[in-house]
Design a protein around this ligand. Structure first.
Ligand code: AMP
Length: 395
């Protein structure tokens, strides 16, 4: 990566403001149900502590819409972090106010302070200059380690960099290096697997990767827009009517470039969009009236697996079915297993695909599990990530 990282600057004795992504799932009892994002920030945090920096952490949690809402307090996360790093984490009751100033002024080398949810202020998402300046005034150096929000130009991801020397954390560096390497140095066959809700979210990625990939496997709801483009009957399946033409163009382009596109040949359908809906397997191009596609079928799984098996490089983003309903996780889980079993360089991004890999215990079987959803897609399509763009270039 051509950006400076936390290892390129002197941090000892300095107040280092670290933008982390601690947007973890918390249940109704305030319990953290998955602490992976906190763990992902540990390499940067531990490095800074061991190098005698004063570590000030800032993150968002949920969507409090610019208002203070105790439901979205970062206090439970500070507690969890304290257990993970085995040292005290002081929790501020605000982000740029008296509490934040007091706690950050009292810091000794190696101390850790967590600021309150930065999205309690509407100025955060507005990338307000005054707010960015106030946030920056708490520290001497800014480290951005929140890859998941790097595609957003907010005060705590981009704005603060106007007022502080700004460098990348471990996680951002690793994400950029791994994603770049997978795509730029892809070995053939290069198989791209795309699923999820909408074609519209993935057009940019398809447009970019179709020029490099050999095989494109498409599942999830987005497959139905392609099936309509080919004249299939999709019953009540979810699709995007205004993207049928785009889907046609993608298929034509793929043919010209000699990229093999595989769409589902059979699908698991249901009459209702419900977790316990009765199901049957039908031809993907002849879905009966009143039924909707919920997952890829067994023949499709077999076809997809055969391509995955041959792959030398795999990029996967998005579930192949309605992953939030257990009954329709099979396609995604079988694909996860197939990806984990190959010796290909594999990069997996997006909430549900990453969940499938981790729930099955395959996290260490893939080359890179991306922590970003939108940020990963934006990067793969060659877009600029404002939270990375603002960091200092390596000389
Ligand atoms: P994305 O945010 O693009 O990764 O898409 C994830 C969403 O796609 C999940 O909420 C899934 O329920 C949805 N999805 C995947 N397959 C289908 C399908 N066949 N029908 C409806 N929704 C689907």
């Amino acid at each position: 990566m051509n950006k400076k990282t936390f290892k390129d600057v002197e941090v000892t004795g300095k107040k280092v403001l670290v933008r982390v992504d601690f947007n973890v799932p918390i249940d109704e009892n305030g319990k953290i149900t998955d602490d992976n994002r906190i763990r992902a920030a540990l390499p940067t945090i531990n490095y800074l502590i061991h190098h005698g920096a004063k570590v000030i952490l800032v993150s968002h949690l949920g969507r409090p819409n610019g208002m203070v809402n105790p439901k979205y307090s970062l206090a439970p996360i500070a507690k969890r972090l304290q257990e993970l790093i085995k040292r005290p984490v002081k929790m501020a009751t605000d982000t740029i106010g008296e509490s934040a100033k007091k706690l950050t002024n009292e810091m000794e080398n190696g101390d850790v302070v967590m600021l309150e949810n930065v999205r309690f202020y509407k100025e955060e998402e507005a990338n307000d200059d005054g707010f960015s300046k106030d946030l920056a005034s708490l520290a001497d150096i800014f480290v951005n380690d929140a890859f998941g929000t790097a595609h957003r130009a907010h005060a705590s991801t981009a704005g603060v960099a106007r007022y502080l020397p700004a460098v990348a954390g471990f996680l951002i560096n690793e994400e950029i290096v791994s994603l770049t390497k997978a795509v730029e140095e892809a070995q053939v066959p290069f198989v791209v697997i795309l699923g999820g809700a909408k074609v519209s979210d993935k057009i940019g990625v398809i447009a970019k990767l179709i020029k490099k990939a050999n095989v494109l496997l498409i599942g999830g709801a987005m497959a139905y827009t392609f099936i309509v483009a080919q004249g299939g009957n999709i019953g009540m399946s979810r699709y995007e009517a205004d993207k049928v033409e785009v889907a046609k163009k993608i298929l034509e382009e793929a043919e010209k470039l000699n990229v093999k596109v595989l769409l589902p040949v059979d699908v698991v359908v249901a009459e209702e969009f419900k977790p316990d809906a009765a199901t049957k397997v039908v031809d993907a191009y002849q879905i009966p009236e009143g039924y909707q596609g919920m997952d890829i079928g067994p023949k499709t799984i077999k076809l997809f697996k055969a391509e995955i098996k041959k792959a030398k490089t795999i990029v996967w983003n998005g579930p192949l079915g309605v992953y939030e309903f257990k009954k329709f996780q099979k396609g995604t889980k079988k694909v996860a297993k197939a990806v984990a079993k190959t010796s290909a360089v594999s990069v997996v991004g997006g909430g549900d695909s990453v969940a499938a890999i981790t729930e099955l215990g395959y996290a260490n079987k893939v080359t890179h599990l991306s922590t970003g959803g939108g940020a990963t897609l934006k990067f793969l399509e060659g877009g600029i990530l404002p939270g990375v763009e603002v960091l200092e270039d390596k000389k």
